[in-house]
Every structure is written in structure tokens, then in C-alpha cells.
Design a protein around this ligand. Structure first.
Ligand SMILES: C[C@@]1(CC(=O)O)c2cc3[nH]c(cc4nc(cc5[nH]c(cc(n2)[C@H]1CCC(=O)O)[C@@](C)(CC(=O)O)[C@@H]5CCC(=O)O)C(CC(=O)O)=C4CCC(=O)O)c(CCC(=O)O)c3CC(=O)O
Ligand SMILES: NC(=O)C1=CN([C@@H]2O[C@H](COP(=O)(O)OP(=O)(O)OC[C@H]3O[C@@H](n4cnc5c(N)ncnc54)[C@H](O)[C@@H]3O)[C@@H](O)[C@H]2O)C=CC1
Length: 206
């Protein structure tokens, strides 16, 4: 498997299962995709999400009815508590040409990672399904370890532009940018605001 960052704007994602896992997957996708959730029951939190909820019992549904639900789907997620039902959804999704993620059962062709996201960056962590507690642990660790990562990225971008004007040697520019990242003072200065930190970094490195 290889990581991809996909724009889901205008794409249709169909999720099966209205429990805690279906809710997490729906929350993950509904920030940009058009999400439909199909389930025989829904946690109350679904009413606060921008998703379409369709009440249906898959045990009463034939293959044609299931295929209609998947028509036009870009990605299908199976998150019911029944493994056989999830695998059946997966086979139908493949026939429909949609990507498939299985929360429990035979592996689909996509996995959903833990995501650490700022305004300027995105980090996705996966163990390929071996131990999902580990991506969550790493996400929490990274969130706590780098509260000023967005500010640092913006300061580094400004510095990079300034260095391009003043330092012709690329290796020297790279060394300065790396030194700032490794300078504990630079991270401390960011707590007092981005502009002030940039001034202090300029004083030390330019
Ligand atoms: C294969 C995968 C399929 C998929 O869903 O895509 C999958 C499968 C399963 N997870 C299970 C359990 C747990 N999952 C989590 C957490 C997360 N699981 C996520 C992804 C994935 N989980 C995919 C690959 C992950 C990878 O790449 O390594 C995350 C990253 C993203 C998300 O789901 O949003 C999200 C963290 C989000 C965050 O907080 O950052 C925790 C931890 C916790 O909740 O504290 C536990 C309890 C501990 C444990 O059991 O390990 C079980 C039931 C096992 C059982 O019944 O015993 C199965 C099914 C099975 O293994 O059969
Ligand atoms: N991938 C992941 O991140 C994780 C996966 N899991 C696994 O995912 C599965 C779902 O977990 P939860 O959401 O906690 O379970 P849950 O039992 O709370 O929710 C399951 C949902 O599926 C629906 N459902 C079940 N059979 C159905 C059918 N025939 N037709 C229509 N809807 C049906 C139920 O109504 C319910 O809304 C479990 O099997 C669990 O082991 C658990 C933790 C994390």
C-alpha cells in the first residue's frame, strides 16, 4: 500500500454502520465529501454531522438494492458489527468500481490513518492494520510535542525567501534552515508570537 492525499470535494462516500466506528469515519470524511451513512440504528451524535442518514437493515436487502446504494460512490466504508455483512459490502463495492475500507473483516484496498493536521501540514500514521492503537498514540504524541509547528513552518518559509535573496550558496541556505529547526530557542521564541520570533531568528542567523 502507498499513502495518497486525496481531494474528496464533490465525491460521494457511503458508510455502513451507525455505531462509534461509523461515527468516527463519518466525522473524518464529512469535512469535505458528500457522506451517506446506511444503518439500522444511529448514535445520537450523527444528528450533529453534515451527513445523510439512511435507515435500512442490510439483512433484508438483496444485491441489486445494495448496488443501488453504492451507485456513484467513490469510496465505500463498511463499519457494521457484522464481519460477513462488511465483506459482502466489500465485494459489491469492488464490482461497482469504488474504493473500499473495511473496519472489520477482509482487508479492503484502503486504510484510514490517524491524522495530525495543522493549517500548514498534514501527517498521516498507519501500521497497516497491525496495531491501530499505535497510530493514535503517535498522533497524540505529535500533537503535544509540536504546538508551534504551524508557526515554525510559516517562519521557515519567510526565512527561506529571505535567504534566497541574500545567500547564493544553496548548501548554506539549507544549513541555516536546518539549524533554526534544531535551535530550542527558536521554538521557545514562537510562544511570544510569530513576528517577534522571526526578528530574533534573523538577528541570530542572518
Ligand atoms: C485496519 C483498520 C481498518 C480501518 O478502519 O481503516 C482498523 C481495524 C481495527 N481497529 C480496531 C480497534 C481499534 N482501532 C483503534 C483506533 C483507530 N483505528 C484506526 C484505523 C484502523 N483500524 C485501520 C488500520 C489502522 C492502521 O493503519 O494501523 C484509526 C487509525 C483511524 C480511524 O479509524 O479513524 C483509529 C485511531 C484514530 C485516532 O484516534 O487517531 C483503536 C484505539 C483506540 O480506539 O483507542 C482500537 C482498539 C485497540 C486495538 O484493538 O488495537 C479493530 C477491532 C479489534 C478488535 O475487535 O479486537 C479493528 C478490526 C480488526 O482488527 O479486525
Ligand atoms: N476500524 C476501526 O477503527 C475499529 C473497528 N472496530 C470494529 O468495527 C465494528 C463496528 O464497531 P462499533 O461501531 O463500535 O460497533 P456498534 O455495534 O456500536 O455499531 C455497529 C453498527 O452497525 C449497524 N449494523 C449492524 N448490522 C447491521 C445490518 N445488518 N444492517 C444495518 N446496520 C447494521 C448497527 O445498527 C450499528 O449502528 C466492530 O466489529 C468492531 O470490532 C472496532 C474499533 C475500531
Amino acid at each position: 500500500m502507498v499513502p495518497l492525499i486525496i481531494d474528496l470535494a464533490g465525491r460521494h462516500v457511503v458508510i455502513f454502520g451507525g455505531g462509534a466506528v461509523g461515527l468516527r469515519k463519518a466525522t473524518y470524511f464529512c469535512r469535505e465529501a458528500e457522506v451517506t451513512v446506511v444503518s439500522r440504528s444511529f448514535l445520537p451524535e450523527f444528528s450533529g454531522l453534515d451527513v445523510r442518514c439512511l435507515e435500512a437493515d442490510l439483512s433484508d436487502m438483496d444485491d441489486d438494492a445494495l448496488a443501488v446504494l453504492l451507485d456513484g460512490a467513490f469510496l465505500v466504508v463498511a463499519a457494521t458489527s457484522d464481519e460477513e455483512t462488511n465483506n459482502h459490502i466489500g465485494r459489491t463495492a469492488r464490482e461497482a468500481g469504488a474504493l473500499f475500507n473495511n473496519a472489520r473483516g477482509d482487508g479492503g484496498d484502503t486504510l484510514i490513518p490517524s491524522v495530525v493536521r495543522g493549517e500548514e501540514y498534514l501527517i498521516a500514521v498507519s501500521t497497516g492494520g497491525a496495531s491501530p492503537a499505535v497510530p493514535r498514540f503517535l498522533r497524540e504524541h505529535l500533537e503535544a510535542a509540536y504546538p508551534y509547528l504551524d508557526a515554525m513552518i510559516r517562519v521557515e518559509a519567510r526565512l527561506r525567501d529571505a535567504l534566497k535573496q541574500t545567500v547564493p550558496d544553496q548548501a548554506k541556505r539549507a544549513a541555516v534552515l536546518r539549524a533554526v529547526l534544531h535551535d530550542p530557542d527558536a521554538w521557545t521564541w514562537l510562544a511570544d508570537g510569530e513576528d517577534r520570533a522571526y526578528e530574533r531568528i534573523q538577528e541570530r542567523y542572518m
